[in-house]
Design a protein around this ligand. Structure first.
Ligand code: PLP
Length: 390
């Protein structure tokens, strides 16, 4: 009988989804397992999409996306990072951050190649590597005191003649960890020394609480890299502008790779939806005030959950500077999926199990704090009660 390709069979099922599917069959669950805000997309973005539809943005666009959106992205890199990008050759619009990851990874890995992935991490990067018939080497972030770091010795030891790519996420999902200036430089130096592609997933760069004032982004790796470096940045409108369902993102890359990525778009989705690209342009032009408001609320939520978790015996929770997740470690926990399932069935609180995020994730759970405090407060109370009784 014809069988399914091994590279596809080998792609692991998302354990976040597995938990979510149990939760979705239940009523009254406090849902903190997915990575999205429950704020709707701002009205001005929705109106821009309606205007775009009315004005004829219903046809195919360039594979690399609308030139006007690429120019707007380049302008924003200039303003926020003082980085100059050529919108015609160094930016490719994609149908989401995950699609940017897909074309970026696909463009640099051949079957049998190896990719180093800093974990715990959102599982999609590693699964895309597997879909390319390549091999993932997971390098866990060590927890030193109450700060995550990078184990550069482990990275050095993991390099083989087949290694082609190093993937990291800052701010991190699920850790909220943000690479320091020195860590960014060392990742870049390491990649240059070993002739690797460095792929920085920066989709949470605007969700940053340690930047002087809210709205200041995490400095992009593009500030340190030159345009000739083998560096890619994955980006998205999903998290910054509450646009998860719209599916618009982008990839910044060295010219030759950006050119190929645009070409790959043709064979995957051709391009992001035309009117959604126009809406994304509006988000860039007018999104700052809404973003700052959302960040104030997220920071309060983070502190509310941090305070609650810090008071729970046996729970260690590093204070994250970015994204909208907390990743508490629970003393003695060896089966985070079983724990999350019992918590769900017993207390109707839905969290993501740490095991879903690869090496270094087991023993923790991920809490997405982008919900209202009317949901977060009872969720924290129920978690505390559940921990006392287990
Ligand atoms: C680290 C990371 N990268 C990329 C994405 C992709 O976001 P999207 O495909 O919605 O743009 C996500 C979404 O959860 C994420 O957590």
């Amino acid at each position: 009988m014809p069988r399914i390709a091994r590279s596809v069979e080998n792609v692991p099922y998302s354990r976040i989804r597995e938990l979510a599917e149990i939760a979705m069959r239940m009523e009254g669950v406090l849902r903190l397992y997915f990575g999205e805000s429950n704020l709707p997309t701002p009205d001005f973005i929705k109106r821009a999409a309606i205007d775009a539809l009315t004005n004829g943005y219903t046809f195919y666009t360039e594979n690399a996306g609308l030139p006007s959106l690429r120019r707007a992205i380049a302008r924003q890199y200039g303003e926020l990072h003082n980085v100059e990008l050529d919108p015609a050759t160094e930016i490719v619009i994609t149908a989401s951050g995950v699609q940017a990851l897909n074309v970026g990874i696909r463009a640099v890995l051949d079957p049998g190649d190896e990719a180093l992935v800093l974990t715990p991490a959102w599982p999609n990067g590693a699964s895309i590597v597997a879909m390319a018939n390549a091999v993932v080497r997971q390098i866990p972030h060590p927890l030193r005191g109450d700060c995550y770091g990078i184990n550069f010795d482990a990275l050095e030891a993991a390099v083989t003649p087949h290694t082609r790519l190093l993937l990291y996420t800052s701010p991190s999902n699920p850790l909220g960890w943000v690479a320091t200036d020195e860590e960014q430089q060392r990742l870049l130096d390491f990649s240059r020394r070993h002739g690797l592609w460095l792929l920085a997933d920066e989709v949470y760069d605007r969700l940053y609480y340690a930047g002087g004032s809210l709205g200041v982004p995490v400095p992009s790796i593009l500030r340190k890299a030159t345009r000739d470096d083998a560096v890619m940045v994955v980006q998205s409108f999903s998290k910054t502008y509450c646009m998860t369902g719209w599916r618009v993102g982008w990839l910044v890359a060295r010219r030759d790779l950006a050119h190929k990525a645009a070409q790959l778009n043709e064979f995957i989705v051709s391009h992001a939806a035309s009117f959604a690209q126009k809406a994304a342009e509006a988000a860039l032009a007018h999104g700052e005030a809404e973003l700052t408001g959302m960040l104030e609320r997220l920071k309060q939520n983070r502190d509310l959950c941090l305070n609650a978790l810090s008071a729970m015996p046996g729970v260690t929770v590093p204070k994250p500077d970015g994204a909208f997740y907390l990743f508490p470690r629970i003393e003695g926990l060896t089966d985070s999926f079983g724990f999350c399932r019992r918590l769900l069935e017993d207390s109707k609180v839905g969290l993501a199990p740490g095991v879903a995020f690869g090496a270094g994730g087991e023993g923790s759970v991920r809490i997405c704090y982008a919900a209202e405090c009317e949901i977060l407060e009872p969720a924290m109370e129920r978690l505390a009660r559940f921990l006392c009784h287990t």
